[in-house]
Design a protein around this ligand. Sequence first.
Ligand code: TRP
Length: 456
Amino acid sequence: MNSIRRVLTGIKPTGTPHIGNYVGAIRPAIAASRQPGVESFYFLADWHALVGSTDPARVQRSTLEIAATWLALGLDPDKVLFYRQSDIPEIPELTWLLTCVTAKGLLNRAHAYKAAVDANVAAGEDPDAGITAGLYMYPVLMAADILMFNAHVVPVGRDQVQHIEIARDLAARFNHLYGCEYFTLPEAQIDQFTAVLPGLDGRKMSKSYNNVIPLWDEPRALRKQILGIVTNSLTPGEPKNADDSHLFTIYQAFASAEETASMRRAYADGIAWGEAKEALAARIDAELAAPRERYHALMKDPAKIEEILAAGAVRARAQSVPFLRELRHATGLRALTHVSDAQEKQRRKVVASGLRLAPMRNLDGSWGFRIDGFASVKVHLFSDGFPDLQAARAAGERVLSTAPANLEFSYGPGNQVSVSSAGLVAAVARGVSRDEEASAVAEIKRGLLDYQQINA
Ligand code: TRP
């Protein structure tokens, strides 16, 4: 089994990006997408942008700006699946499937909704005044984004962690209710560096403080902003403490280790604030000048961005369309001619014998199965990968119905007992010590015999 990790994150297209967004989110995400062994899904969360915005021109403009920003900064759409959420109709379909297994109380406790209710109550208003069902449903839509592509890891800011927990919750609930591990349970990844870049006034750089340095300002405007950064009143020649200076913190976010060390010395040697600011402006410009040109070129060519996003949507839908087909089938939205009785009965019998066949998604996206329900907690059978759910299920059923005498058992590396049936599949019980091997094998044989008797 190969171990490609699927990393997914949504970018809400609102507002104009600033250098705090660049340093804290965009740059690390693009760097992460170049790591080997990851499959990255980065998308423009424009369905989410409609929550709280009814200005169509603004939604369109922001989508264009944010797409151009990520591409200009080096996101490689051949390597990353880069798409627009609203180009994937399976996402709202999955949102409804998840909505139907979502406890309303869970959404009542979501931070953003609760904060809005608290504000209304504090203002003496009706608790739900001005709150749309869109805001309320936001976490379910976000869960659909994540679960649609079975992401393992979701890099987000701290404020989004609860949303990932909700996605895990819904995934587990759906898997449980429909008796199959359709969804991978995602983990939040909080980037350490998503640490905060200070703004012009030294507080966190944020639109709400109106202290941001826009990412795509022209060099003159950029320089002017930086000259306006608040510093203390130490005069040229007086030693300055770099660790006390947010000017230095911003410099450090752009400079190499050597540049940072030499700037630290310049502070100690009493560099004038004016000079330190010029150095910062020059350093930022050195990093952003080339991307800025690419950005302007892309902004003038929206058709090119459309083309890139459309190609991303084709690749994303190659996964979402067949997966949603399986999910519809699982929930009973399926051809009326489909005969499921035998299969259903089979499943109930499996439950009676204590053994359970659970098809599951492997790390590499292939399908496998797990057989558990053996008396010892150590014994679970995990299979190799199959191209689709049906193949995995069929292989699992064949193992269950093979007479134990026709199975081959072997003990291998990683404390694994492998089971194979006519070369069909290598299943293993993991974490079994050499001492326990014989009893594990006996237990598997006994479990399968029970299963077969009940199903005879
Ligand atoms: N809610 C996220 C934010 O405001 C954006 C987002 C939407 C997202 N869907 C997602 C992030 C899925 C991660 C995964 O930043």
